[in-house]
Design a binder for this molecule. Structure first.
Ligand code: SF4
Ligand code: F3S
Ligand code: FES
Length: 255
């Protein structure tokens, strides 16, 4: 019954006139001043914000900057603030939004212009700082060597964390990240959790403590959990961060 009601309300909202209020600013233009610009778009069935923004760029304003690559929730490049909440524009249906839609770039990351931010630069720096790659034992290259079997449950847990698309939503939603630029965010802690689970990684908990056992990592996190709420891939951030913090706290006490 509720699905029927939902469909009726979605159809009834079809062909609304959407009012998109978009933050415009070009940090590379000294004459540019941050301002909100209004655009009107006629809603179509199954319209996403990606489609609405393209409609604007194709028919109303070619100067509007925003990023898209995959249009399928895979590349992470289209994250933006939608009515104050970080989310992927390509996976956001306009029928789930009110008539008035406010769009702004993700905070925290370097602004390129309008809705476009440089998440890649920050993600690269964070990944290098945390050495977020597999530290496997050095072996002679043997193409005939069969990799040891991994327990399927463990492989599943690692896969869960590997689904991160580095969209930056968790960092944009995090109060700690807004206060300190060197915070590695839920995305950084998720990466450490992923390699810590991996039996092929040779690093010890003391090595991980060196990387995230301070206020830039687990002890900077205030358990606000906005990261968990906004992650578009529903990564198990809450449990992983809590586990890491308990583990690092034990190590910090000499355990
Ligand atoms: Fe995006 Fe989730 Fe990865 Fe954060 S953890 S970058 S919200 S996919
Ligand atoms: Fe931030 Fe998530 Fe911790 S929102 S404070 S990283 S629980
Ligand atoms: Fe790739 Fe939205 S365009 S996630």
């Amino acid at each position: 019954m509720s699905a029927v009601v939902n469909n009726i309300s979605r159809n009834a909202r079809k062909n609304r006139l959407l009012n998109l209020s978009i933050l415009r600013y070009d940090p590379n233009d000294p004459a540019s001043v941050p301002r909100m610009q209004e655009y009107r778009v006629e809603e179509a069935e199954s319209m996403t914000l990606f489609i609405a923004l393209n409609e604007i760029r194709e028919h109303q304003d070619q100067t509007l900057q925003f990023d898209f690559v995959c249009r399928a929730g895979i590349c992470g490049s289209c994250a933006m603030m939608v009515n104050g909440r970080p989310q992927l524009a390509c996976r956001t249906l306009t029928c789930d939004l009110p008539d008035e839609i406010t769009l702004a770039p993700l905070p925290f990351f370097e602004l390129i212009g309008d809705l476009s931010v440089n998440t890649g630069k920050w993600m690269r720096g964070m990944s290098e700082r945390l050495q977020a790659w597999l530290h496997a034992q050095k072996r002679e290259v043997d193409i005939c060597r069969i990799e040891e079997r991994m327990d399927p449950d463990l492989a599943e847990q690692i896969y869960e964390l590997d689904r991160c698309i580095e969209c930056g939503c968790c960092v944009a939603a995090c109060g700690t990240a807004q206060m300190r630029k060197d915070f590695v965010g839920a995305v950084g802690m998720g990466k450490i959790a992923r390699f810590r689970l991996d039996p092929r990684d040779t690093r010890t908990d003391d090595d991980y403590f060196e990387l995230i056992g301070d206020d830039t990592g687990v002890f900077g996190c205030m358990s606000l959990l906005a990261c968990h709420d906004v992650c578009p891939k529903q990564l198990p951030l809450e449990t992983q961060i809590a586990f890491l913090r308990r583990k690092m706290a034990t190590l910090g006490l000499g355990g």
